[in-house]
Write a protein of this length. Sequence first.
Length: 230
Amino acid sequence: MEVTKVINATRTFKIGEVETKALRGVDLTIESGEFTALVGPSGSGKTTLLQLIGLLDQPTSGSVFINGKDATRLNRDQRADLRKGTIGFIFQFFALIPTLTAYENVELPLLLNGMKPAERKARVNEMLEAVGLSDRAHHRPDQLSGGQQQRVAVARALSIRPSMILADEPTANLDTENGKQVMEIMQKLNKETGVTFVFATHDPRVIKYANRVVTLRDGMIVENGNSAKA
Ligand code: ADP
Ligand code: MG
């Protein structure tokens, strides 16, 4: 069972003489299969915390344990290796490659992981089907709606069969209907595959999908939801 444990993590950014304490001692346990929202006002530290959980960034002090392994003791390459097979990302602005089709965008992480062509093709088609976009496989991002683009991003994040998906404000640039579709797909995939989802949001329409709500304020967790056993 996958468990991520953030222990007494701080993250301070320094630009010139100005120090910003983005996180001030955060403890958080994420268990396998959670569907958890990180909420809090803009600037409260949601993105910073997601980046620590996703091993894209390192805490200034404190630790991040993945399955009992202290990721803060790994070097950059070792962290990238740990991340590559286990964690998928979804971003606010979709972050698709504009010159590639939906199919090719979903295929890219599989190419990078060296998956064989026949298996790759089957996997890409399965993922596009899972997000309801089989009929848009050969469209480029600019030929898709925002909601469709984000569904491609969901398919891309899931293609490597990660154990955890981290989504930063996944619906912030979508209208209500498209936001709902994206959340419903993420919820369905969470139930069907057991993949852990952690998403940052301040949209009440999105928060209501969460099984657990973790609230941040000024770089600290002020409410820790219910699911953590720690
Ligand atoms: P949220 O995602 O909740 O809006 P962030 O985690 O992005 O909050 O930011 C928390 C605080 O850290 C903010 O005050 C922000 O300005 C600051 N911050 C975030 N990233 C950086 C950075 N790379 N350099 C300097 N300050 C940063
Ligand atoms: Mg943010």
